[in-house]
Design a protein. Structure first.
Length: 379
């Protein structure tokens, strides 16, 4: 009994010495290896779920996957769409004229204020006539006297009166008439009138002010029709013709329709662009001078379909594409051409009426894939 105890004691001492020789990391590795072996063996000894449960799980996953990839489609209906050349410009009045004083004088009355509409010939202000009315009365009297002298000389001429006397009286009459006409013209010059209809933009005089002859007194701007100058690149200028329709977009104002009225014959040396002058109606006065605007010059029409840019894809060669689905629910890729962009929509050609174009969710399907889709409501 003592021998057995002694042997066991020696065995225990050997194990203790062996364990003391092994680093702690070896023990940790051994425990992890044992756990892995037991986990791998569990598949062979522990029963899994029955086959019908596995089939149901797979079926549920498949249904969820199919529901996740339902995409929307819209039926293509092409419409006539304008093909346009775009450029930017700044609005200008059709004309801006400075009216000058035709005589010097003191401003007696001002009848119109800045910003008001005026008609051609309307009196804007009046100068003091000074002694013009008195001078006119005297000139008219002198004209009547000269007329009487001429009439007498003319009658005497028939009775062999001096021919020289008739000539002198005729000259005096002409001079008297010229004097009357000159004074009347000076009276007209005291009335400062609008030379054209438009907006009285600036007034350079005040009541009581002495103004000088040939100095500007006010500015009139023609705003009923506006113009804008749009620089067009030389690569596109050949596509534009006189009287082409133009859509003018001005921030804060509804779109205006205009026409091309002039095309520059020479390019701007600095920018290599050609100035195109566009006229637009402005009877409501909503367009002011100096407004930034974008012009879209209509050069042709094409059949196109409006799509959101989010539903377009760009191929490796830079061309645009959309995805469609056929009667067998198979996805196809169709190349399209951008006709124009307006707001948040793009107008493309290349699709046929009745084609089903994929919209929402189209990015998650591939060409040749069979899919489930739903029709998108119009609008």
């Amino acid at each position: 009994m003592k021998q057995k105890t002694s042997a066991e004691s020696r065995k225990a001492n050997i194990i203790v010495r062996f364990s003391n020789m092994m680093p702690p990391s070896y023990w940790l590795a051994a425990l992890i290896a044992l756990a892995v072996v037991l986990w791998m063996a569990s598949d062979n000894f522990l029963p899994g779920p029955p086959p019908e449960v596995l089939d149901k799980i797979k079926s549920t996953k498949t249904e969820k996957k199919e529901k996740t990839f339902i995409v929307s489609a819209v039926k293509v209906k092409n419409d006539n769409t304008d093909i346009v050349v775009r450029a930017s410009g700044v609005t200008e009045p059709m004309y801006s004229i400075n009216v000058i004083a035709r005589r010097s004088g003191v401003v007696d009355d001002i009848f119109i204020t800045e910003g008001m509409n005026v008609k051609k010939g309307q009196i804007i202000a009046r100068l003091d006539r000074e002694n013009l009315d008195i001078d006119l009365e005297a000139a008219i009297s002198a004209e009547k006297s000269a007329q009487q002298s001429f009439d007498i000389a003319e009658k005497l001429g028939k009775n062999y009166a001096s021919n020289l006397e008739l000539v002198q009286s005729e000259a005096a009459l002409k001079q008297a008439k010229a004097q009357v006409a000159g004074i009347k013209q000076q009276i007209e010059y005291t009335e400062l009138r609008a030379q054209k209809s438009g907006i009285l933009e600036e007034l350079y005089l005040e009541t009581g002010q002495l103004i000088q002859k040939d100095k500007p007194v006010f500015t009139i701007m023609g705003m009923a029709t506006m113009k804008l100058i749009a620089p067009v690149p030389q690569t596109q200028i050949a596509k534009i013709s006189l009287n082409d329709n133009v859509v003018v977009t001005i921030p804060g104002i509804e779109e205006k329709i205009g026409k091309v009225k002039r095309i520059a014959s020479a390019a701007n040396q600095a920018t290599r662009t050609f100035d195109v002058e566009v006229e637009i109606e402005n009877k409501d006065g909503s367009v002011l001078a100096g407004m930034s605007s974008e012009v879209s010059i209509v050069i042709d029409q094409a059949k196109a379909f409006s799509v959101s840019p989010a539903h377009l894809a760009i191929s490796e060669d830079g061309s645009l594409r959309v995805k469609t689905v056929n009667g067998e629910n198979v996805v196809s890729i169709v190349d399209v051409k951008l006709i124009r962009a307006s707001g948040n929509m793009a107008y493309v050609s290349g699709l046929n009426d009745g084609d089903l174009m994929l919209t929402t969710g189209q990015a998650f399907v591939s060409e040749g894939e069979k899919i489930t889709f739903e029709m998108q409501e119009d609008g």
